[in-house]
Design a protein. Structure first.
Length: 118
């Protein structure tokens, strides 16, 4: 299964972007869908997560600005990013965790670059 993340780009501070992550085929048994990001010189961090049960959580720095949503039927996850700040500049990665027949499989997208100018 391949994950394709897209929607990144260059935007001015205060602007918005919507990231999407599509899969090459539907994934059964999705447990978690999430977005991570990695800024230059920093470790990858979890930005937003949505579980199969509908629980959602965000890293504190994006609360109130970012919204994660998912279409489980299409194994697609989105990240609406509003009021972007220069510190949001990073490569954003989508992540899907599948649990099926007792086996946990983690899928990663290739990343999409978000650059926020001041």
């Amino acid at each position: 299964v391949q994950l394709q993340a897209f929607g990144g780009g260059l935007v001015q501070a205060g602007g918005s972007l919507r990231l999407s992550c599509a899969t090459s085929r539907n994934i059964a048994g999705v447990e978690i869908m999430a977005w991570y990001r990695q800024a230059p010189g920093k470790e990858r961090e979890l930005v937003a997560i949505i579980t199969s049960g509908g629980a959602i959580n965000y890293v504190d720095s994006v609360k109130g600005r970012f919204t994660i949503s998912a279409d489980n039927g299409k194994s697609t996850v989105y990240l609406q990013m509003n009021s972007l700040k220069p510190e949001d500049t990073a490569v954003y990665y989508c992540n899907i965790v599948q649990r099926r027949l007792g086996i946990r499989t983690v899928y990663w997208g290739q990343g999409t670059l978000v650059t926020v100018s001041s």
